[in-house]
Design a protein around this ligand. Structure first.
Ligand code: SAH
Length: 346
């Protein structure tokens, strides 16, 4: 039986150079192929026109290019675009292009499904099927960059890891994808324009701090009271808030980078004074800001957006303590592209 062909994009540039040397070719052939794969983003060996036919055949014999395919594009009335992305094994994830007057943000997925169990999130119902490879994450970004140029006449400006999945549960691949996105032989984007959003895995937050990563960190907090948080994000039982705080303090010490807390206010769940007081206390531990996110209903169930009064109470209390707070309106709701709505309905 023929051995299974390897995904060529799992190889580093160095490994590609070694591959060609072993075949009796020049090492720089590896650089050329690498450029085709990453800067030019070709989908086939045939498209590598400065590589000889014989060499292309050698590659063909040993490797595949597991490129993603954008199966379906949905466009919202507000300019938001959602891509249904088919992976080489047939599974599907979603990514979103979010335009504002001054920027285009790509919201990308890091896993097929999700290993966490947040009760208000549609993706959680899919369960985790597998982690995305670095190139599958990178390809989503390239697809959105192309769409941004096509529909909005400008390149992509920002990336958020707020699509399907928990990025810190697929840390190694997310880091490799970000390295590629920020590297001059990839997209060359500044890490400051990239935000990784997590429900909070303390051990990995500390590792990120040790790794001296330079992207932004956002934590989906939603409640600063353990009991409440566990009731809506059950995994909080294993990673209680004290551990989260400790890891965030470690993060700030090492990176001096302010953390954003994402927070949805729901009727009857976290809309009382005690909830606000707990958040105010939480905000004293390290420099931070709060994004209040609008709730996007995923069914007719128990979660309902809190009243405008409750939200104003949050804003006033936070501002009185000098905490920066933004209210984030949702985009792309008509095509199920808003936060927490990604679930492959198609
Ligand atoms: N797993 C990561 C990233 C994915 S979710 C994380 O937890 O941060 C991106 C953001 O959308 C998170 O802040 C998440 O809590 C929020 N979210 C999930 N479901 C939502 C919903 N139905 N309405 C509004 N925000 C939601």
């Amino acid at each position: 039986m023929k051995p299974k062909k390897k995904d060529i994009r799992a190889l580093t540039k160095q490994q590609l150079r070694q591959f060609f040397e072993k075949k009796g070719d020049k090492a720089y052939r590896g650089d050329q192929v690498y450029e085709w794969l990453w800067s030019k983003g070709v989908h086939s060996f045939e498209a590598m026109t400065n590589i000889s036919k014989t060499t292309r055949q050698i590659l063909e014999d040993d490797f595949v290019i597991n490129h993603i395919r954008v199966d379906q594009i949905q466009r919202s009335t507000d300019g938001t675009i959602k891509n249904a992305v088919r992976l080489h094994d047939g599974l599907v994830v979603e990514s979103v292009l979010i335009p504002t007057p001054t920027r285009t943000t790509a919201c990308v997925s890091s896993q097929v499904g999700c290993s966490l169990d947040c009760r208000f999130c549609a993706t959680a119902r899919l369960k985790r099927m597998r982690n995305l490879n670095p190139d599958e994450i990178y390809d989503q970004v390239i697809a959105i960059d192309n769409e941004s140029r096509l529909y909005h006449d400008r390149p992509l400006s920002n990336i958020v890891f707020m699509g399907m999945g928990e990025p810190l549960m697929n840390y190694n691949n997310v880091i490799k994808a970000i390295e590629k996105i920020t590297s001059p032989d990839g997209l060359g984007m500044s890490p400051k324009r990239i935000t990784v959003s997590t429900s909070g895995v303390p051990k990995i937050i500390k590792k990120m701090a040790d790794d001296q990563v330079r992207f932004q960190l956002a934590v989906s907090l939603h409640s600063a009271i353990d009991q409440v948080r566990t009731s809506i994000m059950p995994f909080n039982k294993n990673f209680p808030l004290l551990d989260l705080i400790e890891s965030l303090q470690y993060w700030y010490e090492k990176t001096k980078s302010r953390v954003t807390y994402e927070y949805v206010v729901w009727k009857g769940i976290n809309d009382q004074k005690k909830d606000i007081d707990a958040l105010l206390r939480f905000c004293t531990y390290i420099p931070c800001k709060v994004n209040l996110i609008e709730y996007n209903p995923i069914d007719d169930g128990e979660f309902r957006q809190a009243s405008p009064v409750a939200i104003t109470n949050y804003i006033q209390a936070l501002e009185a303590k000098g905490v920066v707070v933004n209210v984030r309106r949702s985009r792309g709701k008509d095509i199920d592209a808003a936060c927490g709505q990604l679930a492959n309905k198609s």
